[in-house]
Write a protein that binds this ligand. Sequence first.
Ligand code: GAR
Length: 209
Amino acid sequence: MNFKSFKICVFASGRGSNLQAILNAIDNGKLDCEVTFVLSNNSDSGALEIARSRNIPAFHLSEKKFHKNSFEESLMDLLDKFNPDLIVLAGYMKLIPEKVIKKFRNRIINIHPALLPKYGGKGMYGMNVHKAVFNAKEKISGVTIHLVNEKYDEGKIIFQKEIDISNCKSPEEISEKILEIEHQVYPDIIQKIIEGKILLTEDAGQSKN
Ligand code: GAR
């Protein structure tokens, strides 16, 4: 079956390696969708560069430039224009405005580089997560993919994978090991959503691996 009409948009704040993994999976025929636009709150985000290099519409939209309402309105305008089936957060560090959550309820997913509900919440992103995991001397960390709701990292978990980090000697090593797995599992889970093998509802069952 051809799902190419399935449209996703990707929100990212940083280097954009998960966006790159998604695009690679599309190129390799493992992910059957189109990235209609990429959005970042950070004008220097690598994700914007990656998108522009492939002629994917790329937008820098930061709350700092707006009053809250016009930021929300601009974001809603973009979403109305491109009308994605799924919003994919890939290293996006900002809270999604309530209006967007309401309109896209159960159609926004996020990837988190630890085993939620541990090491989640405001301020727990990127290296902050790995530093906390390292300082707590955890032997196991992992990847979580979850639905996005009004609160940081609290939406329904749809996928988790545990990763042995007992041989990692620094937060950087943990980050590297986990990122490699993120790049494999995020495109896979998106494809399962497209195929209806994972249903996005608040009471959806969790897929473990
Ligand atoms: C990834 O490790 C992702 O899980 C994490 O940020 C990194 C982004 O990397 N996300 C969070 O911490 C969200 N709370 P990337 O820009 O190279 O894809």
